[in-house]
Write a protein that binds this ligand. Structure first.
Ligand SMILES: *Cc1c(COP(=O)(O)O)cnc(C)c1O
Length: 385
């Protein structure tokens, strides 16, 4: 329902209609594990057991499918559970082409969990199309990319890499967590699967862990739903309700995240304590042209190299007062972190440094506070180093 409306309207209404029994405007939290059957094997609706389906989850899945312009939404208890479901489409002996600068937990799952089942992968800088083409083998069944990447905010040309994947007969998945459905539509650019860590912008309030996959192909949707039910990493009804509440404001939150981030990126770039700023919206970003082509705005994430080493970074991070030092991102509150010590410590040191994740690197998730308070906080903390 409402799939013909514009995205701001779909954020609020897609997948949800007033509860038929009471008219409740908000989708109820169907806190039930099972459903009474009038006769053996006869169900009142499509529901028999809440691992298989739950009405609160159904509403969320329809909402997210609509926002991504897909047909099927399938939700999970975390973003990594969504990745795990995609990996269960593969068999031992298959190969994955993975972007090099990827969420640390994604790398860890492929490297230590699925490798033991004989699924191999090659990491490649997907901003380099020739290198990406060379990374395919005759066993490649899946391409997994994240764009903008984490933490270096590299921007991968989704359309070009998806075309390569198609040519080689592989499924193409895009982790759209950083861009959100508001800024980038991978399915329209040729991807088969969109994934989200709903823990980040979709949840937006740092109070839920969740994940989602969105696809358009019916058979692929059926297979993923079968895996969801068989593996069982489903989200709780309460978490689905919280995520539905969150998507109602996703469009206004993302707009403010982008506005604040642009101002802060420019301010940081002019600061003498900062070596280099990475923000896809700035013209000095190496893939700014690709970002401008495939994104409607540039998101709320900024990465920067501070001058100096680990001691300067530590002092700066300890001195912040408004911006919290924490892992995660995408919430209304600004968060900052040190990838080498925190989120990317599971990537080995050589690989980290090859990617540019040095001791002076910080990653900022710009919140929706007053931007002048955020700049004031950065200013006083940079003044301490
Ligand atoms: C956080 C994150 C994940 C993992 O999601 P969880 O909800 O923490 O399991 C995957 N990809 C990206 C880009 C992320 O930021």
């Amino acid at each position: 329902m409402h799939d013909n409306k514009r995205i701001a309207t779909r954020c609020i209404h897609a997948g949800q209609s007033p509860d038929p029994t009471t008219g409740a405007i908000m989708t109820p939290i169907y806190q039930t594990s099972t459903y009474a059957q009038p006769s053996p094997g006869v169900f009142k609706g499509e529901y028999d057991y809440s691992r298989s389906a739950n009405p609160t989850r159904t509403a969320l899945e329809a909402n997210l499918a609509s926002l991504e312009g897909g047909k099927h939404g399938i939700t999970f208890s975390s973003g990594l559970a969504a990745l795990d479901a995609v990996m269960h489409l593969l068999s031992s002996g298959d190969h994955v082409v993975l972007c090099d600068d990827v969420y640390g937990g994604t790398y860890r799952q492929l490297n230590t969990i699925f490798r033991q089942f004989g699924i191999d992968f090659t990491r490649v800088d997907m901003t380099d199309l020739d290198a990406t083409r060379d990374a395919f083998t005759d066993k490649t069944k899946l391409v997994w990319m994240e764009t903008p990447t984490n933490p270096m905010l590299k921007v991968i040309d989704i359309e070009a890499v998806a075309a390569l994947g198609k040519e080689k007969g592989a499924l193409v998945a895009v982790d759209n967590t950083f861009a959100t459905p508001l800024l980038q539509s991978p399915l329209k650019l040729g991807a088969d699967i969109v994934s989200h860590s709903c823990t980040k912008y979709i949840g937006g309030h740092s109070d839920v862990v969740g994940g989602a996959l969105i696809v358009s192909d019916d058979e692929l949707g059926q297979r993923l739903r079968y895996i969801q039910n068989s593996v069982g990493a489903v989200p709780a009804p309460m978490d689905c309700f919280l995520l539905l509440r969150s998507t109602k404001t996703l469009h206004v939150r993302v707009e403010r995240h982008c506005q604040n981030a642009r101002k802060i990126a420019d301010w940081l770039a002019d600061n003498g304590k900062v070596e280099r700023v990475f923000y896809p919206g700035r013209e000095d970003h190496p893939q700014h042209a690709v970002a401008a082509k495939q994104m409607s705005d540039f998101g709320g994430m900024i990465t920067a190299h501070l001058k100096g080493g680990i001691e300067q970074s530590r002092k700066f991070l300890e001195s912040l007062e408004v911006i919290s030092l924490a892992e995660s991102l995408g919430g209304v509150e600004s968060l900052i972190e040190h990838p080498a010590i925190m989120t990317h410590s599971s990537v080995d040191k050589d690989a980290r440094e090859a990617l540019g994740i040095t001791d002076g690197l910080i990653r900022l998730s710009v919140g929706i506070e007053d931007v002048d308070d955020l700049i004031g906080d950065l200013d006083q903390a940079l003044g301490r180093i």
